[in-house]
Design a binder for this molecule. Sequence first.
Ligand code: FAD
Length: 473
Amino acid sequence: MNRRTFLAASASFLAKPAIGAPSARSAELDVVIIGAGAAGIAAARRIAAARRTCLVVEATNHIGGRCVTDTRTFGTPFDLGAHWIHQPDTNPVAKLSPGQRLEIYPAPASQKVRIGLRYARERELEDFLAAQVRTTRAIDDAARTADAACEQAVPDDLGDWRETVEFVLGPIAYGKDLAELSAVDFAHAAERNADAFCRQGFGALLAACAAGLNVQLSAPATSIDIGRNVVVETPKGRITARTGIITVSTNVLASRIRFISELPHRITAAFNDLSLGSYDHIALQLAGNPLGLDSDDLVFEKSTDTRTAAILGNVSGTSLCLIEVAGSFGRSLSAQGEAAMADFAETWLANLYGNQVKSAIRRVSATRWDSDPYTLGAMSAAVPGGQGARATLAQPLHDAVWFAGDAVHETLWGTVGGAWESGERAAEAVLQRLAGVRQPEAREQRPIRRRRAARRRTEPRDFDRPPRIMGEE
Ligand SMILES: Cc1cc2nc3c(=O)[nH]c(=O)nc-3n(C[C@H](O)[C@H](O)[C@H](O)COP(=O)(O)OP(=O)(O)OC[C@H]3O[C@@H](n4cnc5c(N)ncnc54)[C@H](O)[C@@H]3O)c2cc1C
């Protein structure tokens, strides 16, 4: 599947940004923002609200970055990137009312576990959840003394739940195996014990927030010069502004953008310390609900190795099922191409639900974020020893350029909400700078200690809460 072809009629295009063009007048810009994902949109909204001039340059032909909804492939919303709206009561994107009818509804609180061709029994689920809680506590405790790999803290006595617990706490939560994940980052991550979905797609919700912003699409920044002004080169022209906000992913920063003056070592090291994990959706359209799942059911497999996945069944009540692959296994599978991903999903599902599943598959499409040239991965997660890099990236460069994005948040890292908040913070700092207010030497982000147990509970599902209709608040 070519991500760009099916994006052509994506829901993201419904809310068109005001398309700007670099011009002679761009010399008068207050701010140039690189990247129209969650962080770039949040920053641009804040700058525009303060009546400062601002242009967002975006490499691709659409806005949203890693939070984008495709409606063409399946004729139903398919979030190619972010789908879960974590902590909807405080999530900055969910709290916005973009002025059109978008329905946000709570995600089921429970999860299922498949053991071969049957579901785990009550007692087995209790063991699984207890193993998750113990592992989470052990990593949190280990993080108090050193920023080692999460894996080093995993209790030895998890028995045959070990692989499943490692998959749920590492790849499926943060895109990295526990061996590649910083224990301190894990311990600082904000709680994710309540989630919601947007029926029209998380990407559609984000795109609606970008309406009216000044965005130049298909204009990849190739170089950035930070001198008396910030000068950004794109194939569509040169943009000059007094300040800049860079929101592209750490993997892109590390390899695809040229800075004219050499960056300090601590900054280039931070890009690597906060590298992206791998996470992809293999989307299957299934006729006749052959898995027998309810709307938005989340299913894990009791696995014996890393070749496993999760199922998000019947997305928003449709016939779309997402097979979620992540971490080192997801990365190597995605590198083999879409056909290999489809093969894996088909065989894996047949092992769990029987061979008849194969004949119910009507259409398959898979994302491959690691090979998307403007992202090069899924979500930022610190490597062992690398958590301090988040504070480093929050510092301005030459009092003129700020980094923002999912890597620049101490607790909401790797999420749309975190990217959004970091964009707002960068915009605030830029506005102060433009107003001549001196910046403090170091901006401190206060980590919120997480009190997280299992990611989702196993209580009976709660469908009692009515859907929240955006625009009616
Ligand atoms: C498969 C997947 C599932 C996910 N699931 C969730 C989830 O359920 N919930 C959640 O909260 N988060 C999830 N995430 C993470 C979330 O999507 C990201 O953390 C968030 O969207 C990052 O936003 P951002 O603005 O920091 O970066 P991006 O969205 O990457 O935005 C950066 C923008 O910069 C553009 N760009 C790149 N290079 C250039 C250049 N040279 N010039 C100009 N523009 C450039 C890119 O095209 C992009 O539009 C998921 C991510 C993936 C990939």
